[in-house]
Design a protein around this ligand. Structure first.
Ligand code: ZN
Ligand code: ZN
Length: 357
């Protein structure tokens, strides 16, 4: 748990050759200390763990982050952070290059009269392998997404707007325990289906249209992410054909997720199959991404993936799509857990084409 995470953070710190690490990204405050709030900084050295926050959070921080010494700042966060570092004689302070704002970097740099900021690091690689407890929350978030799908299939009909569909999905998830939507809910109907990130609009759904819904829940900070495309009414020949291409590709992708596979090879195999079906130009985005405390995490399944080898307890989405401007498109997405010998889908909603009568 937090002890293990703190130990891994300290190993990482030693590797980087710094005296302490300054953690400022909100999800990493949560992951490495248990504290859930903002405007707070962790300072972790080989033998100390400090949490610098303000009066709004001191009581909460003491309860949520018992392994940390809570320091209440009264004169500005960065002044307090610099004072704590200088007092301890730290000379090199690693920081999150993907989180610290440049203006704060400059300010802190000026205050650290006797120390330097660096190296810039990313803590994302420390969160790629999920712990058992994290998987409990992720399974729960995925189950809430599935339950919202069961409900929305009964709700969908011609004449309602994409926004109504989004509100219904979000309120169902909230009622089932989701803290908030995992991201801006995507509902793209008819010709709008060619927009991979078509967030819901006032557009009314017309009989015979595909409706692509991409959404997720958040439980204890952990996200879920799923996409289903259904047909409101009877699907035409082309709709069936394109759906089959995406479904076959999606199943292939899930079957290739296993320990040892690289992020590039899984993406390439699925891309090749979509290309062979004649839609190579119509699948532009990466095949998938990990998620957890953030909706997009490492590793990725894409041509640019830096993941050489998937490991058990990593999470990835498998989400191929085909997008035809002017016509529409569709995507199918499952969140998948890498197991000891393969993969297990956390998303359980049906994937065969549903035609809502
Ligand atoms: Zn998604
Ligand atoms: Zn996704």
């Amino acid at each position: 748990m937090i002890e293990d995470r703190l130990a891994r953070l300290r190993d990482f710190l030693r590797e980087k050759g710094a005296d302490a690490i300054l953690v400022s990204k909100e999800v990493n405050l949560h992951y490495f200390s248990g504290f859930r709030g903002d405007d707070t900084v962790l300072l972790v050295s080989p033998d100390e763990a400090l949490l610098v926050t303000d009066s709004r959070y001191t009581e909460q921080a003491a309860a949520q982050a018992p392994l940390y010494e809570v320091i209440r700042q009264k004169d500005g966060l960065w002044k307090e952070v610099a004072a704590a570092a200088l007092k301890r004689g730290w000379k090199r302070l690693a920081f999150e290059g993907d989180a610290l704002l440049y203006r704060d970097y400059e300010k802190l740099g000026t205050l650290l009269t006797d120390a330097v900021l660096g190296p810039a690091i990313s803590l994302a690689p420390l969160r790629t392998v999920k712990e058992a407890e994290e998987l409990v929350w992720m399974r729960r978030a995925a189950a809430i997404g599935d339950a919202a799908f069961d409900d929305i299939v009964k709700f969908l009909r011609p004449g309602i707007s994409e926004n109504e569909v989004a509100v219904r999905l979000e309120s169902t998830m909230r009622a089932l325990g989701s803290e908030r939507p995992a991201f801006s809910t995507i509902v793209a109907s008819g010709p709008r289906g060619s927009l991979p990130h078509g967030v819901a609009t006032e557009k009314l759904i017309v009989a015979g249209e595909f409706v692509t819904m991409d959404y997720g829940a958040v439980v204890q900070g952990y996200h879920s992410d799923m996409t289903r495309t259904v047909c409101v009414g009877k699907a035409g020949e082309k709709q069936r054909a394109v759906y089959e291409v995406v479904l076959t590709a999606q199943r292939l992708g899930v079957s290739l997720v296993r320990p040892g596979a690289s992020g590039k090879e899984v993406d390439a195999a699925v891309r090749e199959q979509i290309k062979a079906a004649g839609y190579g130009e119509n699948f532009g985005h990466g095949l998938g991404h990990s998620l957890g405390l953030e909706i997009h995490e490492e590793p990725r399944l894409s041509s640019a993936s830096t993941c050489e080898s998937l490991e058990p307890s990593m999470i990835v989405t498998v989400e191929p799509g085909v997008y035809l401007p002017g016509w529409g498109g569709l995507r199918i997405e499952d969140t998948v857990l890498v197991t000891e010998d393969g993969a297990e889908a956390l998303t359980h909603s049906p994937k065969e084409l549903i035609e809502i009568s």
